[in-house]
Design a protein around this ligand. Structure first.
Ligand code: C2O
Length: 600
């Protein structure tokens, strides 16, 4: 070696050492840190996600998380990690921005304070780590598994579910098919156990409050169904659904209330046993009403969440890509009845309404699965309304988004959203039942004239600083407040309304995500005498299931085209939006409220 090349190689060796020192933010000598830096470097170089992991020693031990360390993208090594924005990374077109969890870097989840149990939710990984890609589509002529509503099933069928759950509960704790292990899968995807792939590993994945909500839970129930069918020796077993949207299904199914059944769960609200009627707009302080009135409320409520929510952003939740913050926007049915039924089942006297009332424990309760079977069914029904509604299936990033689940043979399977869209290909369908809410269109509370008078006096008084009408944001929602919101377009044509939905977009900032929060939204209502959930003026409710993050941000969208038609307010220049905090006063701030027009 010549002196020159010796100097050169020393120089390069120094550069490499410097590179590693800069890129490891924690001083760690573990091999894992360096191999991951190197493999991420390679991945960045190739401009795509890497699916090979450099280690596989994740177990169920919380202390392993101490070994995790962060690294920085070599190309932006001198910027702080928070300076990395999707736009600074995805400069080239055609690079997938699909979300995929970095399962090898699973870490402790975030829990609400006073969590009654401290689960470490990372699922056990096979060693050596082997992942197979999902390919097991149903054979074209194979019989389909038919998911039916529980109220139409007999004891014999429900005994199969009971048996399957009993076996799951009896399996060793470290068996991925064990019921607690299954619940951990939900916990880890909901409470931030998985980081995004590099260079966004500082962002934790959350499958709620975004376009991942329906497909994630579809896959989750799908694998649960396969495992359960295998355990009871019946591959045609289909997870029944709890049809809380049909009149016969509006109670907790009796099988789940039988203390001698494996479907029974001790952490539930004892007041809500059958024949008590579920309140789809439930909150902890709700007063009970007559059964007939409750049914009426529920049907009108379903109509709003399903029929009026006629664009994908409003119904399914917001766009969520690799590099984006979690929880971009929450969908209508995810808010309610999804969240509300979770909380209706959980114990009101526990800090986070465990088990169903909070995500880290929700799937420990066997009723979770029929609840989500129904939500999965409603996704299908929604896409079929109005002769076919568009979900996100034109978006490659949505289609390519990935999740990981264990199958019945203990294989760890990688799935994507694309493969989940046709349930027949997954081997199952839903037995159709009547949709009693389909024509439950809400009526206005008062006449057009009364409404206009109210609005005029409110608009006049809004000039008066002593009134509750405000225009300053962010606003801490600690008491009822009305906001005058401008409508950029008035009297839209039929065609315009068919093409674009008029949407009320509320930016939610500083949401105390660890607490129970609910506020209702009304349009052109009477602030002193707010309308009930069966009236047109009551346009929706924001309700949270505690996640465990201290503060979070999201968006809440409400479709109002049809409401303005019903209220005969289409020619108005503005609308009066009243926000009424119901639970958790002062625990949420609104950053802005606007009317936007979103293509259908
Ligand atoms: Cu992932 Cu019903 O929750």
């Amino acid at each position: 070696m010549s002196p020159f090349s010796r100097v050169l190689s020393t120089f390069f060796a120094l550069i490499i050492v410097l590179f590693f020192l800069i890129n490891t933010t924690t001083i760690s000598t573990s091999f894992f840190t360096y191999t991951s830096v190197f493999s991420h470097f390679l991945a960045t170089f190739h401009g795509k996600n890497n699916h090979h992991y450099s280690f596989n020693d994740q177990t169920d031990q919380p202390n392993l998380s101490l070994r995790r360390s962060t690294w920085r993208n070599p190309f932006i090594a001198f910027k702080g990690i928070n300076d990395i924005s999707p736009s600074s990374v995805f400069t080239k077109k055609n690079i997938s921005r699909a979300i995929s969890p970095d399962i090898a870097k699973c870490g402790p989840v975030e829990l609400p304070p006073n969590a009654i149990t401290l689960p470490y939710c990372c699922p056990i990984l096979p060693s050596p780590l082997k992942i197979i890609d999902f390919k097991e589509f149903a054979k074209p002529n194979a019989p389909l598994r038919v998911r039916k509503p529980i109220h139409l099933l007999d004891d014999e069928y429900m005994a199969k579910l009971e048996k399957g759950i009993a076996i799951m509960k009896s399996l060793p704790e470290n068996d991925p098919r064990n019921n607690i292990q299954q619940a951990k899968v939900h916990c880890v995807y909901c409470n931030g156990g998985y980081p995004q792939k590099p260079p966004f590993q500082n962002l934790k994945i959350d499958i709620h409050r975004s376009w991942l909500f329906y497909p994630f839970h579809r896959w989750y129930i799908y694998f649960f169904e396969r495992i359960l069918g295998n355990l009871i020796g019946d591959p045609n077993f289909a997870v029944p659904y709890w049809s809380w949207d049909s009149i016969e299904g509006m109670q907790m199914p009796k099988y789940f209330a039988n203390p001698n059944s494996s479907l029974y769960h001790h952490l539930r609200d004892p007041r809500h046993l059958p024949p008590y009627i579920v309140d789809l707009n439930y909150h902890v302080n709700a007063e009970s009403t007559t059964q007939d009135q409750q049914v009426k409320y529920n049907l009108a409520f379903m109509y709003k969440q399903m029929v009026l929510a006629d664009t994908k952003e409003v119904f399914m939740g917001g766009v969520y890509r690799h590099g984006d913050q979690a929880q971009p926007a929450i969908g209508s049915v995810e808010l309610a009845p999804h969240n509300t039924v979770h909380k209706w089942v959980g114990r009101a006297d526990l800090p986070s309404q465990e088990d169903m009332g909070t995500f880290y424990t929700a799937a420990r309760d066997p009723i979770f699965y029929p609840h989500h079977s129904n939500l999965d069914r409603l996704w299908g029904i929604w896409t079929s309304l109005d002769g076919g509604r568009k979900d996100y299936r034109d978006d490659q990033d949505w289609l390519d988004s990935e999740f990981f689940f264990y199958d019945e043979n203990l294989n760890l399977v990688r799935v994507n959203i694309r493969d989940s869209l046709d349930t027949k290909k997954l081997g199952y369908v839903y037995e159709e039942v009547e949709l009693p809410w389909l024509n439950a269109s809400p009526k206005p509370s008062r006449s057009k004239l009364q409404r206009q008078e109210k609005k005029a006096s409110l608009l006049a008084s809004s000039q008066d600083p002593m009134t509750t009408t405000i225009t300053k944001f962010p606003l801490v929602l600690d008491s009822k407040v009305s906001v005058v919101v401008n409508r950029p377009k008035k009297l839209r044509s039929k065609l315009e309304k068919e093409r674009e939905e008029e949407v009320l977009v509320m930016e939610i900032v500083d949401l105390h995500s660890d607490k129970d929060v609910k506020f209702d939204v009304h349009v052109d209502d009477d602030e002193e005498m707010l309308s009930g959930p069966d009236k047109a003026e009551f346009v929706g409710t924001f309700t949270s299931v505690p996640h465990g993050r201290h503060k979070s941000k999201t968006k809440y969208l409400v479709a109002i085209s049809k409401v303005l038609e019903i209220l005969e307010a289409e020619e108005d220049e503005n609308i009066v939006v009243t926000l009424a905090p119901i639970v958790g006063k002062g625990l949420v701030s609104i950053g802005s409220i606007m009317v936007e027009y979103i293509p259908k």
